[in-house]
Design a protein around this ligand. Sequence first.
Ligand SMILES: [Fe+2]
Length: 452
Amino acid sequence: MTEHRVLIVDDSAMMRRAMRIFLEPLKLDVYEAVDGQMGLDMAFENNFDLIVTDVNMPNMDGVELCRRLKGEPSTRGIPVVMVSSFDSDSDIEKGFQVGAAAYISKKEVQTQALETISKILSQATLHSRQTILVVDDSKTIRKIVEEGLAQAGFKVATATNGKEALNIIKHVKPDLILSDIDMPEMNGFEFCSEVNSNPDLAAIPFVVMSSNSDRAHMKRMLQYGAEAYITKPFNTDQLVILVEKLLSDQFLLLLKEKERLDSEQSLMLASITSLVSALEARDSYTRGHSESVATIVGGMAGLMGANQEEINRIIIGGQLHDIGKIGVRDSVLLKPGALTDDEFSQIKVHPAVGAKILESIPSLTDIVSIVQCHHERMDGKGYPNGLKSKQIPLNARMTAVADTYNALTSDRPYRNGMPQEKALQIVNDAKGTQLCPDCVEIFFKWISSNKK
Ligand SMILES: [Fe+2]
């Protein structure tokens, strides 16, 4: 995580030092200013993530500093936290009126600063990644809403009607849409139903802003798929709160959906792993082979700079690469001697059978190519499709190297596993004909990193 840059504005050196100490656990990059004017100048020159300011200061007080920051497009999105010893309702009100994100009383700063500031920083980080699309034919409304949302740290895109908005969505997918109803070219009803009939966009919360508080209108919009309705005139604080609420609901929904998919996937992987175990139980000579291949390709992917998600996927590919052997008869699969041409052609169907088994599982589509292509050869003499060189997917070329090496070193019904040195020599000799030279190189790196 990158360090947050925070500016502390206070005329008291003691208070600035105390604030640094309170915020230490957040590991911030802290800057200091001694009054509002200095704070303002520094804010224009630096990209701060948050400003904590005292209220009562010479040159420029905290309220004026906040007002000026919120009035400038370049500093509008920086959350401002006010700290003051005056905490009557009217002081607090004044702070919020000029756009402060929070107000902490000096009496409570020791207990509240850390929690309040860390909450505001994480909210601001979230907001800065979210785009709100504002659609209204009134320039004034667009401006007011845009400013209010930008002040809360959101990215904002604007359009004057539904048609223009749909064009914007082609390039930037918003996290939430705020739309008027009565607009030229394409009105809110048509726009909302267009958004909701597109499966890629239907999940985006759609909020209607309209001066028409007529119940029939509201009902009709909700029927078209709108999520909420806000009646003009509204104040921007109300709007921001509604937007934040809908986005956090949306976030929770996505989180739940992800959890559901994750658990579905692990259940499915558990059943496939038991299929692999069943296969390996039938054929004791290849027992543990899939697991060893998975370990090797996982290690190779790590050395190639793959991220954890990519490594996990290739490991699954390694575990499942021979799953199609489940369709090969015992008399062939377990035959202790050399295979006849006919028997070998029965073995050769296993990549296609494996691919067929996995094809129907949507979350494993990227694994199918590993299973399907792990017996293809660089020179095109492999099976099932005789693919050549880069026509073979990279993950399958990597798996082929691990598979070849592990098969050579494992005991088979018709021979004992060969010594590692000899197997490495064969893998090296197969570069360019059977195996991908780049993958063999990475494999040798993995072997030497595992010797240490
Ligand atoms: Fe295989």
